[in-house]
Design a protein around this ligand. Structure first.
Ligand SMILES: Nc1nc2c(c(=O)[nH]1)N[C@H]1C(S)=C(S)[C@@H](COP(=O)(O)O)O[C@H]1N2
Ligand SMILES: [Mo]
Length: 417
């Protein structure tokens, strides 16, 4: 029960009840705590989620900072501001006046794997439980944006504001207008169900292949802007740019990143590798993989003499092209095969036929994407920020963002006779 004197209680009144209700309703998720031991969000309860391509709503992680806003869909509107003026769309307009599409997208929190940083960072201590793949149903943003006079992207951006924004702070995120026109949508459905309230009901933005924070839930405003949202750039009270320009930036300890209008290449890994942006923004997802089965939760008995190793691999809006498996803690590697659905911005299943003797093993999976980028084995020490990438490590960063090391996701498996 909630109790103000309980050190495991929450920062936000009502949060604990909200999380308890979501966990109960969903069934396949578990609470994940932040570094201070408060319940904050929910992630996939079992690795077995990652032995499947489609993530049921009941196993899909949920992540947001404020409480789910109470929204009456019948009166909800999304205001859209573009070069030709403003438009106010009701939910009926959004459903009826534009084409309906379904897009397969792997949602991954930029803080996925954060709990693997040593020393630990602040905020939710995710393992690899903040990822899931769903069909998101809705209206292409390109159709909506054409109505306000957007023909081509140029160097402009699209800024979306969430309806959970408190008066003193906008939950605002900007993506390049080119990405918005290419494949983003205003989603009102998930896997054939109406959008659940905790996933953004009645309507959210979905930015395929990009970290979850870009996909603004409960969206109330869309604006075509010259650059990314900056402090003071919106005509509304409170702060505007915290979620774009300060949080969700990849940087070493003790740094407050400077604001930018734009980045030349939004690809997150490209930002990490180049000098062009000081502290990368978390946009598209880094190459990742995770073994779903065996889950390590119980010992496995080979069928015939084989065990099928199953999992998923993804690379944001790039393609994963190779997955390798090691059953000897990284000494030797064998290729797994990719199979199943193959969509632009969703993960792919992999399988590997393993012939183990009885015993104890640690299994790793390691994915490579179409740009030849491979998951590093480890996250660096904080002081090795400058050299981490060159040394083949993922740079420890203060926010614990975008980590994709494979060793921390190894699964310990006991093979019985
Ligand atoms: N309005 C709003 N949108 C939001 C958030 C939020 O706090 N408020 N959280 C973001 C983050 S950090 C993530 S990871 C995704 C998670 O989407 P999901 O809860 O549907 O899995 O929503 C994003 N959209
Ligand atoms: Mo997130």
């Amino acid at each position: 029960m909630s109790d103000a004197s309980d050190p495991t209680g929450d920062r936000l009144p009502g949060r604990e009840e909200e999380i308890r209700d979501i966990v109960e309703r969903k069934g396949g998720v578990a609470p994940v705590r932040d570094e201070d031991g408060r319940y904050t969000v929910v992630g996939a309860a079992s690795r077995e989620t990652f032995a499947n391509w489609l993530t049921p709503v009941g196993e899909h992680f949920v992540c947001h900072r404020n409480l789910v806003p109470e929204i009456d869909a019948d009166s909800w509107t999304v205001s859209v501001a573009g070069p030709d003026g403003d438009l106010t769309l009701s939910m009926e307009d959004i459903r009826e006046e534009f084409p309906t599409v379904a897009v397969a997208h792997t949602m991954e929190c930029a803080g996925n794997n954060r709990g693997q940083h040593v020393p630990e960072t602040s905020s939710v201590q995710w393992g690899c439980d903040a990822a899931g793949t769903a069909f998101w149903v809705g209206t292409p943003l390109s159709s909506v944006l054409r109505r306000v006079g957007v023909e081509e992207a140029g160097s402009r951006w699209l800024t979306a504001i969430g309806g959970d924004s408190p008066d003193d702070e906008a939950f605002a995120r900007s993506v390049p207008l080119g990405k918005a026109l290419d494949d983003c949508l205003l989603a009102y459905g998930m896997n054939g169900d109406p959008l659940p309230e905790e996933h953004g009901y009645p309507v959210r933005v979905v930015v395929p292949g990009w970290y979850g924070v870009n996909s603004v839930k409960w969206v109330e405003e869309l604006r075509v802007t010259d650059g990314m949202v900056r402090e003071g750039s919106l005509d509304r009270p409170g702060t505007h740019a915290y979620w774009q320009q300060e949080a969700y930036r990849i940087h070493p300890e003790g740094v407050t990143p400077e604001e930018n209008d734009s980045v030349d290449d939004p690809d997150t890994w490209a930002q990490l590798e180049s000098e062009a942006v000081d502290h990368p923004y978390t946009f598209d997802q880094n190459v990742m993989s995770i073994i779903g089965s065996p889950s390590g939760e119980e010992s496995v008995t080979p069928r015939g003499d084989t065990v099928e190793v199953l999992g998923v691999a993804w690379a944001g809006d790039d393609r994963p092209t190779r997955v390798e498996i090691s059953t000897d803690q990284g000494e030797t590697w064998d290729d797994a095969s990719l199979f199943g659905p193959d969509y632009d911005c969703a993960w792919r299943l992999f399988r590997y036929t393993w012939r183990p003797n009885p015993g104890e093993y640690t299994l790793y999976s390691r994915a490579t994407d179409e740009r030849g980028r491979t998951q590093p084995p480890t996250i660096s020490d904080p002081e090795d920020w400058e050299t981490a990438l060159d040394d083949g490590e993922y740079p420890w960063n203060e926010g614990g963002y975008a980590a994709n090391a494979y060793e921390p996701n190894g699964v310990d498996v006991v093979v019985s006779e």
